[in-house]
Design a binder for this molecule. Structure first.
Ligand SMILES: [Zn+2]
Length: 216
């Protein structure tokens, strides 16, 4: 079955986006990856680090920017996080590829950015597990939701929002867990009452609608 994993920290081949952070040697031309500066790792010379990643971003199998974003619990001062996010968002706009968002206690920071930016990339909030009304506030903008392990807990915010989330905004992921993506699809399939096969087609279609770098 063709089950697309939007965000994983483990290299898994062609049906997933591997979040490449440091181990660039593991990247090969077969697998898709995303690249970006995580808000936890912005302590020194992030501008220089970002420049140096340009070489990887040009590769056609780099299909997303990220994960990047805002974190009020870890990482440097928010002003630095904002500057780094905006630089990365700009690249995502230029390449017309999505940005994978890490956001911890930063919903207001994302909204602030979305309201003031002239052009925003398509943003995939990964690991969504906030209350549904907070998701609703984002629907006026090109924001998508990637659901992961929280779906395995019945009654979680993630499960509640998935049920109501517009279908063209849905993605599924394993993130840093050791779960098989089929376990996430299985939970989502029960919540949405949609066969896994159809869900696989849905997340693929969703990707290809918002990205210039398409999945086959
Ligand atoms: Zn992650």
């Amino acid at each position: 079955m063709n089950l697309f994993d939007t965000h994983t920290h483990h290299p898994k081949g062609s049906k997933s986006i591997f979040n490449a952070e440091q181990n660039f040697d593991t990247l090969n031309s077969q697998s898709y990856f995303s690249i970006g500066l995580h808000p936890w790792h912005l302590y020194d010379k992030w501008e220089e680090k970002w420049e140096n990643l340009g070489h990887f971003i040009k590769k056609p199998n780099c299909i997303a920017i990220g994960e990047t974003g805002f974190d009020r619990l870890h990482g440097p001062d928010i002003s630095i996080q904002k500057a780094a996010f905006e630089a990365q968002a700009k690249t995502a706009v230029e390449l017309a590829i999505p940005l994978i968002l890490h956001c911890v206690k930063g919903h207001d920071l994302l909204l602030e950015y979305l309201k003031k930016a002239q052009k925003t990339p398509q943003i995939i909030w990964h690991g969504w597990n906030l209350k549904p009304h907070l998701a609703e506030e984002l629907l006026a903008f090109p924001v998508y939701f990637s659901f992961g392990a929280h779906l395995l807990r019945p009654g979680s915010n993630a499960s509640k929002w998935l049920e109501r989330c517009p279908r063209d905004r849905i993605f599924l992921e394993t993130d840093d867990s050791n779960l098989d993506i089929s376990e996430i699809y299985n939970s989502a399939s029960l919540i949405l009452r949609l066969p896994m096969e159809e869900l696989g087609a849905l997340t693929r279609e969703n990707w290809n609608r918002i990205s210039s770098r398409k999945l086959p």
